[in-house]
Structures are given as C-alpha cells and as structure tokens.
Design a protein around this ligand. Structure first.
Ligand SMILES: *Cc1c(COP(=O)(O)O)cnc(C)c1O
Length: 398
C-alpha cells in the first residue's frame, strides 16, 4: 500500500480511452463515448474480485459510508456503533445523516471488541460498523451473531483492508453492506473514489439512486428519469474510475508483494521476545498492507517510534499520539465544533464523549506501532529496514 507507487502504462491506457472521447461523466452521452464505460466496468471488476453481487462506485470512501448507512434507512437519532480506533471518516459519515456515533473499545485485533459492542447496544442502536484497520479484520463471526440476536445491520468499513479475506471471503462482502475507499493512499487507488458493496438488491438500488440525486437510471435520457426519493451527488468521474480499473486488475499482484515484504520484517521482529503481533481472528488472512505490533508499554512505544523517525524508518505510526485515527485527540468531535447547528438529538447523543475514558483502547493503542508496507521496496531495502527496526526496538527496550 499505496497502489499509486506502481502507477504505470496500464493506468495511462485506461485514462487515455476516456480522454480520447472526452466523456468524463459516468452516465449518459452514449453516442460520444466510443463504448467506454469505465465506472461500470470497474463495478463489474469489483463484483468479481470481491465476490459480491453489487458494487456501487461513489466519489469517496467517506461518501460510501454515508451512502451505505442511508441505503439501509439509518438516519436522525439512530445510533451506530463504531470503534475508537479508525479514520475520522467513520463519525463524519454517521453524523452527516443526523445519526449518532457510539464509540466503543477495541481489543488486540485493533478493531471492535465484541464484548464492548454488546454492552453499548440500546433501543436506538441500528447498526454495527467494524472498521478493518491496517489490513486486518474484526471478529466478524461474533459481530454477525450479535447483529442477528439484536436485529442490527452490519456495515464493514474495509477501506484499509482490500485484499484481505475472512474464512476465504473478501472483506467488505461479508456484512449487509461493505464500504471501500479508493483514495490516493489506499491499496487500489482512483485518485479519489469509494465503493459500496452489497448482496442485497434493495440496498444496492438505494445506493445507486441516492448517490446520483435520486435518479432511477431507467432508460437513457437523464432528463426524463424519475426520482423515487431524494438523493445527493456522490458520483465518481470516468477519469477516476479508469485509474481504479487498471489498479484493481493488479490487486493479487499488490497483495503478493506486500506479503513478501511484510514477512521479511515480521520474521526479523519475531526474534525479540518483548514484541507481540496484533491478533488476526481465526480464519482471517491479512492484506499485509501494514505490520502492526505491540511493545510492553506506552513509554517504550514512544521511544521506539521516536527512534524509527531518527533512523529514517518512515511510515510507522504510533496512533496514540496521532491526531487522525484515535479518539484521544479528536477534540473537534468531543467539543462538537461544526460550521452549522446540529440537531438536539446529536448534541445530546454525543455528550458522553466529554467525560468517557477508553482505558482498554489506550491499553492497546498506547503500545501499538503500525508500519505501512510499501509496494515499491526492493527485497534488499526491506531487509535493511528490518535490521534498522530491530536495532531501534532493542535500544528502546534497554
Ligand atoms: C481512507 C479511509 C476512509 C475514507 O476514505 P476517503 O476515500 O478518503 O473518503 C474511511 N475509512 C477508513 C478506515 C479509511 O482508511
């Protein structure tokens, strides 16, 4: 990760197809487009590679989460359970619909703790949204059982785990709905883009219409299409889809490169007894986009993280001290700093964040370092990097 590292001729060829006709929009202009429908083709490719009946491409991963929730009828005052460790998009997407994000502890998988999820369910809960952070997954069997028992919708955010599988199934295809980001730093990039995945016809139709102003997409004259319900513009452009099409065809190749690089580093770190690795749920296989490990305590993790920076070991994250991915520093959310007034329901629903502590999440994130696994590294570069990392960790421990 990220796929842009291996941007090349295949991507350029797909983009040129679009530039030659000049049709940059995914809908309409049938006569002008020389038979190129890049967004449609990319959706078919997603359906086949991720083994899901329907894929709806949209403008971003954040939009994909909002659309997935809206497609399942989630909105004002509904509670959506999400993890304390995720990208800010998770709560943004929930709040966009007037729904309430309920932040819940993670466990040693670095994703939602099923026990903590159970304890957070109220009569307002409508959905559980695990976020498969850093290339690996939540305990989906347990979460599915909870959803079934409480009649809740399971929405997977697999933006960071495209290419990973659980009991042989691609992540994102397992819940009622799945969401992907195809932004510039993800394993498969469109530049900017996202996708909603589902096996449910109704949710798919909703996502298709909602992401394009409620258009029903019947016939080939946009001007006379009907609007069964209100929508918004979350469309992707043909140019973006063209890039993603070339990239997605290389998913297996990308995952194999990551696996090679990940394995070299993991084996090197494994000789240090104090280092433990994040738990991957039984039946799961990572996408190998990150190597995530734990050190004995917060202080050591801080020391090692600093040593990595000093020694040129880039792209390693100590999320405890990071502003983007962990609840500890989401002051703008806790203080509800918005440009516009929020509903009373959301204001009241988020008051808990001003006082709530997450000691269990701190216990894991405080000790965790996650290192991005790049596609462009040579084997020698990976080995050199692994040696540097071992040295920094040993010094941090002494
Ligand atoms: C990147 C990311 C998103 C948002 O995707 P954008 O395409 O950048 O809007 C959502 N969730 C997770 C976990 C992500 O990593």
């Amino acid at each position: 990760m990220p796929g842009f590292e291996l941007f090349g001729d295949a991507e350029r060829k797909e983009i040129n197809d679009v530039l030659e006709s000049g049709v940059l929009m995914r809908y309409g202009f049938d006569a002008m487009r020389n038979g190129h429908w890049k967004a449609k083709e990319l959706e078919l490719e997603l359906e086949s590679q991720l083994q899901v009946k329907h894929a709806q491409l949209v403008s971003s991963g954040t939009a994909a989460v909002t659309i997935a929730l809206a497609s399942a009828g989630i909105g004002a005052g509904d509670e959506v359970i999400m993890p304390t460790f995720t990208f800010v998009a998770s709560f943004e997407a929930i709040m966009m619909l007037g729904a309430i994000p309920v932040l819940v502890d993670i466990d040693d998988t670095l994703t939602l703790d099923p026990e903590a999820v159970k304890n957070a369910i109220t009569h307002k809960t409508k959905a559980i949204m695990p976020v498969h952070m850093c290339g690996s997954m939540a305990k989906l069997d347990d979460l599915q059982a909870i959803c079934k028992a409480h009649n809740l919708i399971l929405i997977e955010d697999s933006s960071q785990a495209t290419g990973a599988t659980y009991h042989g199934k691609p992540l994102g295809s397992i819940g009622d709905l799945g969401c992907l980001s195809l932004d510039y730093v993800k394993i498969i990039t469109c530049g900017e883009g996202g996708a909603v995945l589902t096996n449910n016809e109704e949710y798919y139709k909703n996502a298709d219409h909602y992401s394009d102003h409620g258009h029903d997409h019947i016939g080939n004259d946009r001007g006379v299409e009907m609007h069964p319900f209100l929508g918004y513009n979350f469309r992707i452009s043909e140019l973006h889809a063209a890039v993603g099409l070339a990239q997605l065809r290389r998913l297996d190749e990308f995952v194999a490169i990551q696996k090679r690089n990940y394995t070299i580093i993991r084996e090197a770190l494994s000789v240090i007894p104090e280092v433990t690795f994040r738990t991957v749920p039984e039946g799961g296989e990572e996408s190998y986009s990150f190597l995530s490990f734990f050190l004995p305590d917060l202080e050591t993790a801080r020391k090692v993280s600093e040593a990595f920076k000093q020694n040129g070991v880039d792209a390693c994250f100590h999320y405890y001290d990071n502003n983007w991915h962990y609840v500890r520093k989401w002051e703008h959310l806790k203080d509800l700093k918005t440009l516009y007034p929020l509903s009373q329901e959301v204001n009241d629903g988020l008051k808990y964040l001003q006082t709530k502590e997450f000691p269990q999440s701190n216990h894991y994130i405080g000790r965790n370092i996650s290192c991005l696994i790049k596609l462009s590294w040579t084997e020698d570069e990976v080995k050199e990097r692994a040696n540097k990392m071992v040295k920094c960790i040993k010094e941090g421990l002494s």
